[in-house]
Design a protein around this ligand. Structure first.
Ligand SMILES: Nc1ncnc2c1ncn2[C@@H]1O[C@H](COP(=O)(O)OP(=O)(O)O)[C@@H](O)[C@H]1O
Ligand SMILES: [Mg+2]
Length: 424
């Protein structure tokens, strides 16, 4: 079988890496991929938004399954285009992708189906939003409705900060059309966790739990990033919490999908805030998390191709999934300046020492080849991912590996997984 993966970050490297291990997969292509992906798959120079070129590629190369990594092509309707042409693709259609593409859609869905989430109101008028913020007071959360590359949310500690946020989204339109509407919601206090499921619209297969680290600095300080590290499993989701999440969040979500006739065949990522032992949904994403995919896929025992193909074809009820008992952690190495403007083109040393280490995989994100040399080309550069018999060992393995890697300006958090270790 031949598979095409769309995207070029750490998540896609992990997807490609795991797909390559399937005995049923002969060849993996990735569009556009990165330097690390090009070592194990054939990278093709097509952008994720060029649906015509992707479809042509899939037709002429007899691709059996396309897997979409990032949210933008999903929100743009790539699945609708492929399905219309009879192509097998894993991911929700345009309607399903609204769970991520419109925070208003997601909030209204949750309200309609009784899924616990922060109290909210939607505004398209700046003045009314401002009045509401003054009425509610701080802390309060402001969210641009549409896709904003993880930068459209302001958790405001003061009313002034909230109103500045409203101004930049609604008046200065820093996120363009994504700011036509805003969600203003109650600020929840608690601990976050990521709960992902695979669904074909009928059956739900739970993926391993995980926890992301959004802020750039240790101790969850500094500005938000795309994610500086993650680990799996997340002990905050113990067996009783898992059941609560399934009953109060996933079951009503599945019922809602069926009632609304949304054909969702892909990963539904539920971002949770656990407050006083009760889970609330902060947001939905309609694809694997990045960097959560890296530790999760390293723990996956089952054949990823079988899983994703069954998802695309509505056969998930026949599939069993198994996980390694070991824990896993991914630590992101980022460029100097990230999440602001960052440097590029720095040579990366020490990548080849892990070839024979089965516990460590260095997934590439923003890397490219320059005259045969691997150089940095993005904000998040590498995701050093390690297994260990427990989370402490996994952490030691990852950080020991990092000592061997170097590029100018390299920055990373030293406290990934400490929340889990401190719970032991
Ligand atoms: N209601 C809320 N209360 C407290 N913090 C929140 C709330 N909503 C979002 N956040 C914080 O903001 C981050 C980003 O919000 P999220 O809804 O996940 O948007 P996105 O990932 O699209 O930027 C969350 O990971 C969480 O830390
Ligand atoms: Mg989020």
């Amino acid at each position: 079988m031949k598979v095409l993966v769309i995207g070029g970050g750490g998540r896609e490297h992990a997807l490609v890496w795991k797909l390559c291990q399937s005995p049923r997969v002969d060849k993996v292509y990735c569009a556009p991929g990165n330097a690390g992906i090009s070592e194990i798959a054939e990278c093709i120079d097509i952008r994720g938004d060029d649906f015509d070129a992707l479809l042509d590629f899939v037709k002429y190369n007899w691709i059996d399954l396309t897997v979409v990594g990032p949210e933008a092509p999903l929100a743009g309707g790539i699945v609708d285009v492929f399905i219309k042409e009879g192509r097998s693709i894993c991911g929700p259609d345009r309607k399903g992708a609204q769970f991520e593409g419109s925070k208003k859609f997601a909030k209204d869905f949750m309200q309609k189906y009784g899924i616990p989430t922060a109290e909210y109101k939607i505004f398209s008028s700046f003045q009314q939003a401002e009045e509401y913020v003054r009425l509610k007071g701080a802390p309060i959360v402001i969210k641009a409705d549409g896709l904003a590359a993880g930068k459209g949310v302001i958790v405001a500690a003061t009313v002034d900060e909230a109103i500045d946020g409203l101004k930049s989204i609604m008046k200065d339109r820093v996120f363009g059309n994504a700011g036509d509407k805003v969600v203003v919601e109650e600020c929840l206090k608690g601990e976050e966790a990521s709960f992902m499921v695979l669904t074909d619209g009928e059956t739900v297969v739970e993926l391993a739990t995980s926890q992301d680290h959004k802020q750039i600095f240790d101790g969850d300080r500094g500005p938000n990033t795309g994610g500086m590290g993650a680990y799996s499993p997340a002990p905050i989701i113990d067996e009783s919490m898992r059941k609560t999440v399934m009953q109060t969040i996933i079951d009503p979500m599945m019922k809602g999908l069926q009632r609304e006739r949304i054909k969702f065949r892909g990963v539904m990522y539920v971002g949770l805030m656990i407050c006083h032992g009760k889970p609330y949904v902060l947001e939905y994403n309609c694809r694997f998390g990045d960097p959560e995919a890296q530790p999760i896929l390293m723990r996956l025992e089952s054949d990823l191709f079988e899983l994703l193909k069954a998802t695309a074809e509505g056969r998930l009820k026949d599939i069993n999934v198994s996980w390694k008992d070991e824990s896993s952690i991914c630590v992101v190495l980022a460029s100097k300046g990230y999440p602001g403007p960052y440097e590029k083109g720095e040579a990366i040393q020490g990548l080849d020492v892990f070839d024979n280490d089965k516990d460590v995989v260095v997934f590439h994100a923003g890397t490219s080849l320059n005259n045969g040399e691997i150089v940095t080309s993005g904000g998040r550069v590498l995701g050093v991912t390690a297994l260990g018999r427990d989370i402490r060992t996994a952490k030691d393995n990852a950080y020991r590996a990092i000592e061997k890697i170097h590029f100018n300006g390299m920055q990373y958090r030293k406290d990934i997984a400490d929340k889990a270790i401190n719970k032991q």
